[in-house]
Design a protein around this ligand. Structure first.
Ligand SMILES: CC(C)(COP(=O)(O)OP(=O)(O)OC[C@H]1O[C@@H](n2cnc3c(N)ncnc32)[C@H](O)[C@@H]1OP(=O)(O)O)[C@@H](O)C(=O)NCCC(=O)NCCS
Length: 206
């Protein structure tokens, strides 16, 4: 467990398909380790702790990056251990989200979106996932990752957070705190191994 964290103990970098292959492979391995530690099932999901339901493999993550995605990572620097990846945020072109609605995604079926107001998907990037290692939770690593993305944003940002069968309350609060607004409800008849779900779609405007 980490007690206190200075701002300059954390290094944020953005990584795209132009990064050297071995660096990208190492980053993907680190990200998947954090991701798998945060994955919950319908039975274990805890709304007060936050959780993930999309577990990727290295091939899928590499393919998302090659299709224009970027992995923003947070590394914790210590004199003893060097650099350790402690959090990540995955941004993608909006198609990763809209494919859920047009049932083009191989991971979902029977998608339906009910917007709360009119907006154009085309003006948005998709924030697919954010995760912070459990030992670093609550130390503002998530905030640092999101602030980096918002500061460098060239368009609006859309994300979605599970609300049924279990509401990811911590994550909703996290995004509301950073000026994301409710933009509608996504319903999926099937999603990966999770089954049927509803998620709140949130958007942030530049
Ligand atoms: C949600 C998550 C990314 C937040 O990252 P974090 O580094 O723990 O959060 P931070 O320390 O940066 O907190 C930022 C704000 O979020 C809120 N927050 C974060 N954790 C909280 C908690 N346990 N209880 C209440 N509020 C919390 C606080 O309002 C905090 O505001 P502050 O900076 O003014 O104190 C992280 O907890 C996580 O990885 N959760 C599991 C995965 C997940 O749910 N991802 C979202 C779906 S894709």
């Amino acid at each position: 467990m980490i007690d206190t964290l200075e701002n300059n103990d954390i290094l944020i970098t953005s990584n795209t398909s132009t990064a050297p292959h071995e660096i990208l492979t190492k980053i993907i391995t680190d990200v998947l380790a954090i991701q798998s530690s945060l994955i919950a099932t319908r039975e274990t999901a805890n709304s007060k702790e936050g959780f993930l339901i999309s577990l990727f493999n290295a091939e899928e993550l590499m393919s998302i990056i090659q299709k224009g995605g970027r992995l923003i990572i947070a590394e914790y620097k210590t004199s003893e251990t060097g650099k350790q990846t402690v959090g990540y945020l995955l941004m993608t072109p909006i198609a990763e989200f809209t494919d859920l609605l047009s049932n083009k995604s191989e991971h979902s079926a029977h998608g339906r979106f009910t917007p709360s107001f009119e907006f154009d998907f085309a003006n948005h990037e998709y924030l697919y996932q954010i995760g912070v290692s459990k030992e670093m939770k609550g130390h503002r690593v998530g905030r640092r990752l999101l602030e980096y993305v918002l500061k460098n944003a060239t368009s609006g940002i859309l994300t979605d957070i599970l609300v049924e069968p279990v509401s990811n309350d911590i994550s909703l609060q996290f995004f509301y705190k950073h000026d994301f607004l409710d933009a509608g409800l996504l319903e999926l008849g099937e999603y990966r191994s999770f089954g049927q779900l509803k998620s709140k779609v949130l958007i942030w405007s530049k």
